[in-house]
Design a protein around this ligand. Structure first.
Ligand code: G1P
Length: 296
């Protein structure tokens, strides 16, 4: 059995939802407390047993490469000042070997994954999207890899969303269920409002067999005129079973403003140093708000 050792992290998107913050900075470098979002994703991959990571980048994404590289001057400075705990934090991202490839045209998620095909070769692999951060006892990707090892088939991570949100995601049409595992009839990318076959949404974690590249290489355009990974998964599903797995864990949407703010708040509240002063400040903000309502 071939093990899942490689992962693709697509990071070529323009980050338009966060403009102008992302004019000169990749959205993947926006911090949640003190770590860029992409570092959470890389750490999940490593904790799930991934040995080789390729990040698909685009124009203006150099800061990502710098972040996962050594920073000699900074490190020497921290050594001289005896800030050893901070030094460890600064060094941690550079302890992983990361490869990079550029997506030369913004043709969609399916195209970004296809750009890494030579790096993957003939092995099963993982895809982790940076807009979703998942926390829990077992890393989300590890849960999918465990399923892959039993089934020897592609496994896609899903979680339920509300009826109003189904048009923002890839949605599955399940035909059978065994615990948290679903057999899937159809994978639909961003169904029109009211047309979703279920509420189970694809949440940015995939374990795929290399046969997916047969379908991605067709380069067929789907929703929004883009080459969609979900469409290729549906084609693969007609040739070999693709399962969906309702993973355990809290999923944070850091790909849009409100989700990003809520994630930051939640992570800060769980941070020993920030918890008490933050809760106090929040109480003050809330009471100021309700006072204003009364006056208004
Ligand atoms: C992508 C996928 C979609 C998935 C979503 C999860 O969409 O195409 O199937 O549900 O990520 O975040 P995007 O958010 O890039 O439009």
């Amino acid at each position: 059995m071939k093990k899942v050792k490689k992962a693709i992290i697509p990071a070529a998107g323009l980050g338009t939802r966060f403009l102008p913050a992302t004019k000169a900075m990749p959205k993947e470098m926006l911090p949640i407390v003190n770590k860029p979002t992409i570092q959470y994703i890389v750490e999940e991959a490593v904790e799930s047993g991934i040995e080789d990571i390729i990040i698909v980048t685009g124009k203006g994404k150099r800061a990502i490469e710098d972040h996962f590289d050594h920073a000699f001057e900074l490190e020497i400075n921290l050594v001289e000042k005896g800030k050893l705990k901070l030094l460890e934090e600064v060094r941690r991202p550079s302890s992983v070997d990361i490869h990079y490839i550029r997506q030369k045209e913004p043709k969609g998620l399916g195209h970004a994954v296809w750009c890494a095909r030579r790096f993957i070769g003939d092995e099963p692999f993982a895809v982790l999207l940076g807009d979703d951060i998942v926390t829990g006892d077992t890393p989300c990707l590890k849960q999918l890899i465990n399923q892959y090892e039993m089934l020897q088939c592609s496994v896609i991570g899903v979680q339920p969303v509300s009826d109003q949100e189904t048009n923002r995601y890839g949605i599955i049409d399940p035909i059978g269920k065994d615990g948290r595992l679903y057999q899937v009839n159809n994978f639909v990318e961003k169904p029109a409002p009211g047309m979703a076959p279920s509420n189970l949404a694809i949440m940015g974690r995939y374990v795929l067999t290399p046969e997916i590249f047969n379908y991605l290489s067709l380069q067929e355009q789907g929703a929004g005129g883009e080459i969609q990974l979900t469409d290729a998964i549906q084609k693969l599903n007609q040739y070999q079973n693709v399962y969906a797995y309702h993973f355990d864990g809290i999923r944070y949407d850091v790909g849009e403003k409100l989700g990003y703010i809520l994630t930051t708040l939640d992570f800060a509240i769980r941070n020993g140093e920030l918890r008490i002063p933050l809760l106090k400040a929040l109480e003050e903000i809330l009471s100021r708000e309700s006072m204003q309502k009364v006056i208004g």
